[in-house]
Design a protein around this ligand. Structure first.
Ligand SMILES: Nc1ncnc2c1ncn2[C@@H]1O[C@H](COP(=O)(O)OP(=O)(O)OP(=O)(O)O)[C@@H](O)[C@H]1O
Ligand SMILES: O=P(O)(O)OC[C@H]1O[C@H](OP(=O)(O)OP(=O)(O)O)[C@H](O)[C@@H]1O
Ligand SMILES: [Mg+2]
Length: 281
């Protein structure tokens, strides 16, 4: 039985559930369902606060969990990243009123509000800066206006939240984050976990690639293969037409229209792109 922690709310919740659903795990019926048992995959999905997931996984109570890299570092829990999941991409940055500070070293003796006290504390120690860390639960951007802090350290994606309160980022990013699958440091692989990783990798490939089919004159096959090399070489089959072959290859979704144009330019016909629904590589 695979026991997997999934964020029950917040920025990672939707994308994590969608990815698990695409990987064939049973979705929860409504947001009040805290545990989903899925006999088909022999798994139990536990919906927990994203911040707590690294703690549960680090304690060894669960086999794996989905959380943010920033939350994993912040927790200090003995858990390792197994794979990056490509969503919840953000940076963790300092921000303040425009023109107040230029770098972390300007924060010596200042008050910094954050929900990520562990991550911020480690960074300040590494940079040799002594500052007072004000730990808040969320909406930390408001702390400056309320006179509780001189600067904040928070998650930034589009920067809209900061702009809306008249703050600006400064200095180098403290960390780059994205959703990750984690497990307890040093834990053994289980068949259930291997299956989950294989399925999630399959979802990523299905999202990132399309299948391209086309017909081409046999004498142009080398040129065609250089345009569509596929993952392990394309499938080339005889066509029921003298001097022609049919080719099938996986192509990165990004840029596949250009690939189709190039194939057309070298004389390919019936060039089709189709979505991949699921895969195991
Ligand atoms: N706007 C965003 N864009 C991308 N990733 C984000 C965004 N906000 C948060 N995250 C990421 O999502 C993860 C969980 O953060 P989230 O804000 O959802 O948790 P939380 O603050 O505990 O929950 P909530 O905000 O619902 O109280 C973190 O790894 C964070 O980096
Ligand atoms: O750069 P942006 O695209 O504006 O996104 C970043 C914001 O998103 C998150 O807020 P959330 O809604 O999770 O609220 P919280 O701060 O209370 O956690 C994060 O804490 C930032 O405030
Ligand atoms: Mg949040």
């Amino acid at each position: 039985m695979l026991r997997l922690a999934v964020p029950n709310k917040g920025a990672l919740n939707d994308a994590a559930q969608t990815m698990l659903k695409e990987a064939g795990y049973r979705p929860r019926k409504d947001s009040k369902e805290l545990v989903v048992v899925d006999p088909d995959t022999s798994s139990e999905l536990l919906f927990l606060r994203p911040r707590d997931i690294a703690v549960y996984v680090g304690e060894g109570t669960l086999d794996a969990g989905i959380t943010g890299l920033d939350m994993l570092y912040d927790s200090g829990a003995p858990a390792d990243e197994i794979m990056r999941l490509g969503f919840g991409v953000s940076t963790f940055r300092f921000a303040a009123r425009p023109g107040t500070y230029a770098s972390v070293t300007d924060l010596q003796g200042m008050r910094i509000a954050t929900s990520y006290a562990g991550l911020l504390g480690k960074h300040l120690a590494e940079m040799g800066v002594e500052a007072r860390v004000i730990k808040l639960d969320g909406a930390v951007e408001t702390a400056i206006h309320l006179g509780v802090a001189d600067a904040v350290a928070d998650v930034v994606e589009t920067g809209t939240t900061l702009r809306n309160v008249g703050l600006e980022v400064f200095g180098e990013p403290i960390a780059h984050s994205e959703a990750v699958l984690i497990r307890r440091a040093g834990a053994e692989d289980t068949p259930g976990l291997r299956q989950l990783v294989r399925r999630l990798q399959g979802v990523q490939v299905a999202r990132d690639y399309v299948m391209i089919d086309y017909d081409i004159r046999a004498e142009r096959i080398d040129e065609a293969i250089s345009i569509t090399p596929g993952m392990e070489g394309p499938t080339v089959s005889p066509l029921h037409r003298e001097g022609w072959v049919a080719v099938r290859a996986m192509v990165p979704r990004k840029g596949h229209q250009q690939v189709m144009d190039r194939l057309w330019e070298i004389g390919a016909k019936a060039v089709l792109a189709t979505a991949i629904f699921a895969c195991r590589l």
